[in-house]
Design a binder for this molecule. Structure first.
Ligand code: 5GP
Ligand code: MG
Length: 177
């Protein structure tokens, strides 16, 4: 397969922005004993770096959703495949996502967690890819805004490959998405 990759975010750029987000979250969540909920699988590296950029320890949990239907894109039929395990009622919750594209997954998970009646529920995503947004989801903390393209690395996969790259690349597979 003919494929080209283009560097989008290098290690220094990622580290600098994660440090900034960590400082901002440290100010906003100080004394609130928050729970950071990472969306599997893509957010695991971002979340790991983010919590270590905070000035105090937080509780961490994970949730996972899958979408079903025709094609490789989100179909709108989404269900939780790995539930959050910590009780979230009355807690200050930050949902941590790798990338927001159409917004369907995040909108679904935001409603799913809101139903657990947290004291507050905010969203932090590393990358906001706005071009194909279908559902407006309130993004409280955003690492980077990118126009489009299919991105890999720093947790983002392509068919389970390339997640472990320390930088973010755009993959051009010569057509399609
Ligand atoms: P949605 O379209 O519902 O906003 O995004 C669904 C999921 O698709 C995201 O959580 C993310 O895991 C995945 N996704 C969206 N855009 C990209 C991308 O550019 N690269 C990768 N690897 N995954 C993406
Ligand atoms: Mg994701």
């Amino acid at each position: 397969m003919e494929s080209r990759t283009r560097l989008i975010l290098d290690r220094e750029t990622l580290a600098r922005r994660v440090a900034e987000l960590g400082a901002q979250l440290s100010r906003d969540y100080r004394g609130l004993d928050p729970v950071f909920v990472g969306i599997l699988k893509g957010a695991f590296i971002f979340l790991a770096d983010l919590v270590r950029a905070l000035e105090f320890p937080v509780e961490v949990d994970f949730v996972r959703a899958a979408s079903y239907g025709a094609g490789t894109e989100s179909s709108g039929v989404i269900r939780v495949t790995k539930e959050v395990e910590l009780p979230l009622a009355g807690r200050h919750v930050l949902l941590v996502e790798d990338i927001v594209d159409m917004g369907l997954t995040l909108d679904f998970l935001r409603r799913h967690l809101a139903a657990k009646e947290p004291a507050s529920l905010k969203i932090c995503c590393l990358i906001d890819k706005r071009e194909r947004r279908q559902v407006e989801v309130p993004l409280d903390y955003v690492g980077f805004v990118v126009p489009g393209g299919f991105l890999v690395g720093y947790g983002l996969d392509c068919g389970e490959k390339l997640r472990t790259l320390p930088e973010v690349y755009a993959v051009d597979t010569g057509g399609g998405d």
